[in-house]
Write a protein of this length. Structure first.
Length: 123
């Protein structure tokens, strides 16, 4: 098993269908792996959950609005308790980046929607 984790990304204009394509990917591969969907806002997470539901995928949202004061603990518990495939978990970027570890990472495909801007470019 490789110690390196591949990161795949889709680059496109706003409203070009990146999120919908991500949802279709999760639906098409839900029996192969678990999916962790990472987004920059609760609004996008909720929109993605609706789209997944329309595609027949029930996703779990763990965010400060759903698990106040225990987001990271709830995510870690979900990762620990998850089956080997078929789970869809939706979290915010700030919760994902602060996770101290990722149990059974090989069972998960991470989908990062809208990577946050890390730096500003000044001409």
């Amino acid at each position: 098993m490789s110690i390196f984790i591949k990161v795949y990304y889709v680059n496109g204009l706003c409203s070009s269908g990146k999120t919908h394509s991500s949802c279709q990917f999760i639906r098409a591969n839900q029996t192969r792996k678990n999916h962790l969907y990472v987004a920059p806002s609760l609004k996008l997470i909720q929109q993605t959950a609706r789209t997944l539901r329309e595609l027949g995928v029930e996703a779990t949202i763990i965010a400060s609005e759903t698990h106040e004061h225990r987001v990271k603990t709830s995510i870690l518990k979900f990762l620990n308790d998850a089956q080997d495939a078929g789970e869809a978990l939706l979290v915010a970027w700030n919760a994902h980046v602060d996770l101290p570890y990722f149990n059974r990472r090989e069972n998960w495909q991470v989908v990062i929607d809208e990577v946050p801007q890390l730096d500003n470019h000044y001409a």
